[in-house]
Structure formats: C-alpha cells, structure tokens
Design a protein around this ligand. Structure first.
Ligand code: COA
Length: 538
C-alpha cells in the first residue's frame, strides 16, 4: 500500500480560493521582481562610464564570462540589506554558485562601480554567509575583487566583524578549500587582505591597485610621495612583492587564468550511489504554476503539504512514512532531480505525536544517509493543559534535539508561517540548514501580530492591577495597534531576507530547481552520519 506512489492532486483550479491565492501571489512576485531589479543596480552612470573607459567589465559581466557556457548561476542573498540604511538590496557584492571549468564553485564579485565596491554592513554579513556556504559544502571560492574596503561612514559596524572574512579564507584553505582572488581594480586596506590571504592571486595589468594605504594616506603617515602604480600596481606585485601569482594582460585574461586554476584543482571524487543512474528523470505530474494557487498570501489558510510535494518531486512519487500517525506532519521519501531525499512538511500545528514522528524520521534519514528537505509552514506547537500534561515540551524537545544533531545535509524552504518553537523544530536558520529559502508570502516571528499584541496587553493590564494603577484603555489600544504594525512589518519575507535570515526569497515555481541545485552542491562531497544523538527526554 505504501510503495512509491504518485500523489493525486485534489485542487480545483476554478475554486475562488485558488484564484484568490493565485492573484495575491502574482502581486507578491511582482514586488519580488521589482526588488530584485533594484538589487541589480551596478552604480551611477558616471562610474560605469569610467569603468568602461578603463576596459573594465561590470561585476555581473565578469561572472558571466567566468562561468562555463551552459552553467546556471544560483544567486544567493540578492536582497541582503533590503530596507536597511546601507547601500541598498544586495549591497556591493554579487554572490552565488555556478560551474567553472566543470567544477561547482562559490563566486563573489565586488560591484566596484557602486560606492567603489566598499563594504557596508549588509555586504559584510552577506560575504560571511557566502563563505560559510563555501566551507560547509567544500566549494572553491572565486573572489572577483574591486573594493575600496570598509564603508568608512559606518566603519564601527564593519571593522571588528570584518576580520572574520580574512580568517575564514585561511580556515577554508586549512580544510583544503581554496580561494582564488582575481583583482580588477582597487583593493585597499582590508580589501588588500582578500588577495593577501587567498591561495591563488591573479592581478590585472594596469588596473589592479593593491595597498594597505593609498598614496594620500602614505603621504600623511610618512611624508613619502608615491604614485599608485609603483605603490601597489599589478606589475609591482607580480614582479617585486610576490603578492600576485599571475599577471593578467586584461580582464578576460584574468578570468581565463582563474578558470585554468580551477581546472587544475584536484578533481571532485565520483561518488556512485547517491544519484540513481536512471535513463531519464521524471518531471512532476502536475504543473508548477499551480503552486501559486496552492500557497497563499493569507498564511492562515491551511496548505496541504502533499500538493506542494507533488509539484516538486520526480514523477510526483512519494513514499510516505507513518501516513496514519501524527498526521499534522507529513514525512516520507522521494527523489528530486534523481537525488534521494527525506521530506518533512507541516500539515497543521505540531502535536506530541507529530513531533515524535518527525524525530523518528530524522533518525531514519540519518541511518540511511539521506539529505532532508524541510517544508516549513508552522504556527507552533499545540498549547493548553491537556497538551502540557501530555508532555508537549519534551516531545518538541526531542524533535529539536534530532534536528540539532542530525548529520545529513538539510535544506529548509519557508512556504508559509514560521512561528514559535515550530521554527526551531522545522530546522529554521539557527539550526544551520545548508540552504534556506523563503516564499514571498512567508512570515517569521515568535508569534502572530494579533497574538503578540494581545499577550502584551494582558501582561500590561495585570501589571497595572498589581501596582494598583488605573489601566489606560485608550493608550493600551494605541500601543496594541502599534505593536501589531511593527510585528507585521518585521515578520514578512522581505524584512527577513533583508536581515539575512534566509539565502533568498524564491518564486515557488522555482522550488524544484533550487532544491535540485542545492542537492547537486551537497553531493559534491561525501557525507556520513554517525547516528549519535543526545539523550532524548522520553
Ligand atoms: N567608504 C565609503 N564610500 C566610499 C569608499 C569607502 N571606503 N570608497 C569609495 N567610496 C565611494 C565614494 O564616496 C563615491 O561615492 P559616490 O558614487 O556617491 O560619489 C564612490 O564610492 C566612488 O568613489 P570614487 O573615489 O569617485 O571612485 P574612484 O574609482 O576614483 O576610486 C577608490 C575608488 C576605492 C580607489 C577610492 O574611492 C578610494 O580610495 N576610497 C577609499 C579607500 C580606503 O582608503 N579605504 C579604507 C577602508 S579600510
């Protein structure tokens, strides 16, 4: 009965709910597209013109040239810093994963034409996260460098943490994961340590200028008068200081050398068995367009997780585990682009049974060394006297324990609500999934705005009563409205991605491809689970 079966859909595309969802999602996707468009800003026209005159490409063009001809580019954190006070969505770097000389690499390209490629706080945090992804997935990093270093007006926010980006280059190197820096323009002060710490460096003739302090600062510090080419030009560093390993004739030559370096790296081992050798990979039976009518901008509307799974997995085939038990959590095995995965998806609030089933399933995936995909749509664990008596805390704790100590790679997709400890049990950001993406309708907070403002109001009323003070109802209502607005604003997907709580907001229709790409990345290296878990509170 429970063999690998194709899921049957129950959706009705003519139902008013489906249509309303579809329309609402179109609006959210339009907003996402507008924001992504803004994130592709590469600087004022005058800076772009100047770059072109110097024979320079723009940051995104360099990536295009670097990648293999048919390579996809999975851009990561494109909206980091959105809504903040920095340089705008995405900051001054473009980061993502693509294929160079047949190998999957992490690529980070400074946007030298926007604010001189200087690093604001969001850009720094984005670079650190990109480095973390490279480390966890053992991806060589190619750094396309052109940066004026820290954004000086906010130096106090950058300076201390900034050191971590240099530390991480060497830590990856120690683990055998190289960084290749190709320097196209200025790399001043902190920026100079990016090539300084890298395993391989390529400097572009005439344009690369790398120094701890530029000519004006040198003059101020020591009174020495020196031009920038003699102080830190590509020729000097390639022939005299040795900071540069390869002197490139021009940008194209620099990118060609980077491709050659990658080509000569140790080949990634072939690990048979992970990907089923199949003549062809079956597409899902149902149109991914329908995902837009299934998920909803109104996250209070329940979503049947199987309808999502049916549009993500190969052939819509799903081998469900414990389908009759703890039914508010759907667990089971499937394949995505030929890779075997375990899926854990919410189908309602978490009860003790569903949490225990999740814990059990995580252990099974670890036994079988199978990556886990979490589809997170959770309002939290069930509350109330009966559930406390039933030990909902210890059952939730078991699931959080299993999530924390699971060794297999995991990917989390936020498809709706993410509230309370449900965020933790379903492998939220703090539980370090290898990748985490959000749908534009998703919401993330300790609880919903109405609940939070209601709880605060109750606490304040009780406090006033205890202190014998008169409770000002009007003021309390104003406060409640304000809190609702704040929570609403700070729990939406766009705020979350601006804060780097995810690796990007994705169009639900692209879910299968994002998961496929991430699975391809995690399978670059062997992983194994030792199946050792901490003590479960039974
Ligand atoms: N912090 C903040 N803004 C910076 C910056 C920095 N470190 N470096 C450059 N910018 C800004 C400029 O204010 C300018 O902004 P605008 O577009 O709003 O006018 C823009 O970046 C371009 O700078 P500009 O000097 O016109 O470009 P350039 O191509 O002639 O020179 C640099 C680029 C990076 C060589 C030069 O700006 C520079 O030397 N910056 C300071 C580098 C430094 O000392 N960093 C120390 C960091 S620890």
């Amino acid at each position: 009965m429970y063999s690998m079966q194709a899921l049957k859909t129950r959706i009705n595309k003519n139902a008013p709910d489906f249509k309303a969802n579809y329309e609402g999602m179109q609006a959210l996707l339009k907003d996402l597209d507008d924001k992504l468009e803004k994130s592709r800003f590469q600087g004022k026209e005058k800076h772009i013109e100047k770059a072109h005159k110097l024979g320079k490409m723009l940051a995104r063009e360099r990536i295009e040239v670097l990648l293999d001809e048919d390579s996809p580019f999975m851009e990561l954190l494109p909206l980091a810093g959105l809504g903040g006070k920095g340089f705008g969505p995405g900051g001054t770097t473009v980061g993502g994963i693509g294929i160079v000389s047949g190998k999957i690499c992490m690529i980070v390209s400074n946007v030298g034409t926007n604010k001189g490629g200087s690093i604001d706080y969001a850009t720094l945090m984005k670079s650190l996260r990109l480095g973390e992804i490279a480390m966890e997935n053992r991806l060589p990093m190619i750094n396309l460098v052109e940066s004026g270093g820290a954004n000086l007006p906010e130096q106090e926010k950058i300076f201390n943490y900034g050191g971590a980006s240099f530390r991480d280059i060497t830590r990856r190197s120690k683990e055998g994961i190289p960084t290749i820096a190709v320097v196209f323009g200025n790399a001043t002060a902190g920026g100079a340590y990016v090539p300084g710490m890298s395993d391989y460096t390529v400097f572009v003739k005439d344009n690369a200028k790398v120094f701890l302090a530029g000519p004006p600062l040198v003059k101020m510090a020591t009174n020495e008068v020196v031009d920038d080419e003699s102080l830190g030009g590509a020729a000097m560093h390639s022939r005299v200081s040795g900071v540069s390993d390869y002197l490139a004739e021009d940008e194209l030559d620099g990118l060609r050398i980077a491709r050659e370096i990658i080509e000569h790296l140790e080949p990634v081992e072939e690990k048979p068995g992970y990907r089923k050798a199949k003549p062809s990979i079956k597409s899902p039976l149902y149109d991914n367009e329908e995902l837009l009518g299934i998920v909803s901008p109104d996250i209070k509307k329940p979503i049947d997780a199987r309808e999502i799974i049916a549009r993500i997995v190969d052939g819509s085939e799903f081998h469900e585990f414990k389908p009759e038990y703890g039914t508010t959590l759907v667990t089971g095995w499937a394949e995505v682009h030929g890779y075997r995965v375990g899926i854990i998806a919410n189908n309602g609030v978490l009860f003790s049974e569903s949490a225990n089933k999740g814990t059990h399933f995580i252990q099974l995936c670890n036994r079988q060394n199978t990556p886990i995909i979490y589809l997170q749509n959770i309002t939290g664990f069930m509350v109330g006297k009966a559930y406390e008596e039933g030990g909902i805390i210890k059952d939730g704790a078991k699931m959080i324990n299993a999530v924390s100590n699971s060794d297999v790679p995991t990917i989390t997709i936020m498809i709706g609500a993410s509230y309370g400890a449900g965020n933790y049990a379903m492998n939220g950001r703090a539980y370090q999934p290898r990748f985490l993406f959000s749908y534009p309708n998703s919401k993330i907070a300790v609880m919903g705005p109405e609940q939070l403002s209601g709880v605060m109001e109750m606490i304040q009323r009780q406090a006033a009563e205890k202190a014998g003070l008169e409770y000002d109802k009007e003021q309390a209502e104003q406060m409640r409205q304000y809190m609702m607005m704040e929570v609403e604003k700070k729990s939406n997907a766009m705020y979350a991605t601006g804060q780097l709580w995810d690796d990007g907001v994705i169009d639900p229709r692209d879910t299968r491809n994002y998961i496929g790409c991430c699975l391809n990345v995690v399978h670059q290296n062997a992983f194994s689970s030792d199946n050792q878990f901490g003590i479960f509170r039974m």
